[in-house]
Design a protein around this ligand. Structure first.
Ligand code: WQD
Length: 344
């Protein structure tokens, strides 16, 4: 058995896939999740893939007393991967204080407990949203691109969290942090035992596409085809969630091997390839043979025209690459949606 790793938000979309990769590599995993945007059945999915369930605590990271108890019960935790956070951009505009309380409060609790219990290593889930719309000279975007003023309270919590980590690493000699800035995670585990299950009407593109394919939604709305891109639709860097999960294992390995060069390291996690909305939809139709009815509507407020990663630092320093073909990724998302909706 390798080191014991605490994964907050381990029942969520990226969290659950990361737990699977960690357990498959022999790590002992403890999940902390308050199930506010995930379900307990995810544990069965994980067990179905790796053969055993991780230890699970139904605890909110804001609950300092319960978290303290957990740290006391597990004095041998060697690293933390912190996913637990509220993540809906629109909701964050409506309820900013909920986002500031949840996303900032839980990180502060964790960092305090880490200092108190001498747990040195944290991997933090951040987002390419911190770059906003990078200037043309910064595309594809690497880690040195400027962080721009956040367009939503959600985005702001990610920026503030990154700053909190840097300040605490400055103050606490023991702390090591790896900040991972994700581009657009999509897809599901090839087993279709875990995947993405958004609440209500999906805001993200691929879940809306798969739900349209499954007949839950009549038609996809493509938000604008008058952008300054080859086909007029926005460009993103869609990264397979399983590839993304593997990067977390690399980050943990790097920290446990004490290979980190700085107290805080930042990595962009993307494929390095930009894909337009239309390309994604057309590839989905070609791969699955399912037609997606769509209409072009006006632009969505706050959308960024184009952003994709320069993942060279993660490729060379972490020894990691997102290389699953888009066709395979889209097929995995469809397989999962069919399973959830009981479609053959
Ligand atoms: C992708 C493209 C839409 C839905 C994500 C996360 C956000 C943050 C940044 C996490 C855009 C278009 C979408 C639809 C469409 N990440 N679209 N019709 O905007 O890159 O944001 O990354 O920290 O939380 O949500 O991703 O999937 O919402 O949109 O045409 O019904 O698809 O306009 O161009 P986005 P997305």
């Amino acid at each position: 058995m390798k080191a014991k790793i605490l994964v907050t938000g381990g029942c969520g979309f990226i969290g659950s896939h990361t737990v699977v990769e960690l357990m498959e590599q022999g790590y002992e995993v403890i999940i902390v999740d308050n199930l506010s945007n995930s379900s307990i059945e995810v544990l069965d999915g994980i067990k179905g893939i790796v053969g055993k369930a991780p230890e699970f605590y139904n605890v909110d990271c804001l609950d300092y007393v319960s978290m303290e108890k957990l740290f006391t019960e597990h004095p041998d935790i060697q690293g933390i991967i912190h996913f637990a956070a509220s993540k809906a951009v629109g909701e964050s505009v409506e309820k900013p204080l909920l986002y500031y309380r949840n996303n900032i409060g839980s990180l502060v609790n964790l960092l305090e407990l880490m200092a108190e219990h001498h747990v040195p290593n944290i991997v933090f889930s951040s987002s390419c949203t911190v770059y906003g719309q990078p200037d043309a000279e910064h595309l594809p975007v690497d880690e040195t691109a400027p962080v721009k003023k956040a367009l939503s309270p959600y985005g702001n919590t990610k920026q503030i969290n990154e700053e909190i980590i840097c300040d605490q690493a400055h103050a606490n000699e023991e702390l090591r942090a790896i900040i991972l800035r994700y581009f657009n995670p999509i897809g599901a585990h090839p087993s279709a035992l875990i995947g993405e299950l958004p609440n209500g009407v999906p805001q993200n593109l691929l879940p809306f596409v798969t739900q349209t394919a499954a007949g839950l939604r009549k038609q996809l709305k493509i938000f604008g085809n008058d952008y300054n891109t080859p086909d007029g639709t926005c460009i993103r860097d869609y990264i397979y969630v399983v590839d993304l999960a593997k990067a977390h294992v690399k980050a943990i390995e790097r920290m446990l091997a004490k290979d980190t060069k700085d107290h805080v390291e930042v990595f962009n996690l993307g494929t390095g390839k930009g894909v337009s909305v239309l390309e994604l939809v057309n590839t989905f139709m070609a791969v699955t043979g399912v037609n997606i009815p769509y209409e072009i509507v006006s632009r969505r407020e706050g959308d960024i025209e184009q952003v994709w990663a320069k993942p060279d630092k993660a490729n060379t320093v972490l020894g990691w690459k997102a290389d699953t073909p888009l066709s395979e990724v889209l097929a995995s998302a469809w397989k999962w949606e069919k399973k959830v909706r009981h479609i053959n």
